[in-house]
Design a protein around this ligand. Structure first.
Ligand SMILES: [Zn+2]
Length: 467
């Protein structure tokens, strides 16, 4: 089955060129100068549109158990919503909790995902209990399971938390086997003290979630992780969901020193704030409780994060998609902000929200594609199979209409959530046809054609950025 995407402008990190893309079966067969492609039966007219690689969301949490409940998107609903938003690959986090066997945690995630996904998926592994057995398991996951990145937490004592000695040991192991350490960098022990003090003062509203997780404790943990990685012979380190200017400064400084340090941010930190969302009256702000928290609009965080994306101090934009419904889930924290499940859902909107940055003149077209597709593929061992429009790559392709508009609302989104973190946002640009390995999942009219279970597990290699 061949398919020609004709008349569009193909965007990649190295430039934008008018070209026709020929798909044969599951892969891209050729990229032609306009009008030079052979005639084929199935043609998608991309005149006036951008043709970009299917986006890769390297940070999602489908059906993650957290705070006495579970993230409300399953692999089925979450990957369907992802497809509607132009994301054709997700990398989710399998979990080893303290005391569990790593391989058992991984098997549990395979069971949740297998047969349910509409798009391709891979896993990072959360190591919640660093010990001899889990360190050994890291080797076999890299060698045999296609899992080349491991996430540790400096936050959440008693749940996922690793102490500095455990972090150092895991980093040494990663340095040895070539894998990447991903870090939730917030000082969880200090945060817990601030949380208890706030609750004792009767400060129970959602906004106190943000106020008890100050920038200093993200910056401190980010710096500590960076220095620990340097002690571990420059183990590759990837800071997840970076939200604050001072944490970004620590990453930039490390990169200037030539360290193997990378970071991602998320759309919520580029758009939403402590005052306008988390600080909404009453319990409303619970919708925006996530960690790291939304930051103050009176400080320079958002502008600094956009700049970090331009300068490549921030390499990637992921969503940290971890949706909880307001009713019965976020409500678990009524009267005590520390019991609100942490997470925002956004897997459907990242491509559009970042395109708004292009429309606003904050990001180039090329950098847009790089931060949402190409760099995630390179960072996490999926390149050049994913993240690029080139012969031989998987035919994961999005036709994007720069003249369209997207209105975000709970009424129209496909995520399994009873609210939207971006309700009422009107965005420049619109996802059109979405193709995954040569199959049209969403057509130009917005009709869905995907089949549940067609999404494949991706065995990942090592990061392209390793030195
Ligand atoms: Zn996360």
């Amino acid at each position: 089955m061949t398919l020609l995407i004709k008349g569009g402008t193909v965007i990649g990190p190295s430039g934008s060129i008018p070209a026709d893309v020929l798909v044969d079966g599951e892969t891209i067969a050729a990229v032609f100068a306009p009008g030079r492609a052979p005639d084929v039966a199935q043609v998608i007219d991309a005149t006036g549109k951008y043709v970009i690689p299917g986006a890769i969301d390297a940070h999602t949490h489908m059906q993650l158990p957290f705070g006495g409940t579970s993230a409300s998107d399953t692999f089925e609903t979450g990957t369907r919503a992802a497809a509607f938003g132009g994301t054709t690959t997700i990398i989710d986090f399998a979990v080893q909790k303290t005391g569990e066997v790593v391989q058992d945690g991984l098997a549990a995630w395979h069971e949740k995902a297998a047969g349910n996904c509409f798009v391709d998926y891979g896993f990072h592994m959360i190591i919640g209990g660093v010990d001899d057995a889990s360190l050994k398991a890291m080797d076999s996951l890299v060698r045999e399971e296609g899992i080349s990145s491991f996430k540790l937490f400096m936050a959440y004592p008693g749940v996922f938390y690793s102490d500095d000695g455990q972090i150092l040991r895991a980093m040494q192991k990663a340095r040895e086997n070539g894998s990447m350490i991903m870090m939730h960098a917030e000082n969880g022990l200090a945060i817990d003290v601030l949380v208890q003090q706030a609750l004792a003062r009767g400060e129970t509203d959602p906004v106190h979630h943000g106020l008890t997780r100050p920038e200093a404790l993200e910056a401190e943990a980010t710096s500590r992780a960076i220095w620990l990685a340097s002690v571990a012979a420059d183990c590759p380190l990837y800071i997840v969901h970076l939200s604050a200017s001072k944490a970004l400064a620590a990453v930039a400084e490390a990169r200037d020193r030539g360290r193997n340090v990378f970071a991602e941010t998320c759309p919520q930190y580029l758009y939403l704030t402590l005052e306008d969302q988390l600080g909404a009256p009453g319990f409303e702000g619970a919708k925006w409780v996530c960690s790291t928290p939304l930051r103050s609009k009176h400080e320079s965080h958002r502008a600094d994060l956009w700049q970090g994306l331009r300068t490549n101090d921030l390499s990637i934009v992921s969503t940290d998609h971890c949706p909880f419904c307001f009713k019965d889930q976020k409500e678990l924290g009524l009267g005590d902000f520390s019991k609100i499940p942490n997470g925002i859902g956004g897997v459907e909107h990242r491509v559009d929200l970042l395109y708004q940055g292009v429309a606003d003149g904050k990001l180039s077209l090329e950098r847009w594609v790089e931060t949402i597709a190409t760099t995630p593929a390179r960072m996490f061992g999926l390149y050049p199979r994913k993240g690029v429009i080139a012969p031989g790559a998987d035919a994961d392709i999005v036709v994007y209409d720069p003249n369209g508009r997207t209105r975000i609302s709970v009424q129209t989104h496909h995520m399994n959530m009873d609210h939207s973190a971006y309700e009422g946002y009107e965005i420049a640009g619109k996802v059109g046809t979405v193709i995954s390995r040569g199959e049209v999942l969403v057509d130009d009219a917005g009709e869905f054609h995907g089949r549940k279970g067609r999404g494949k597990f991706l065995q990942r290699g090592l990061s392209s950025y390793l030195i």
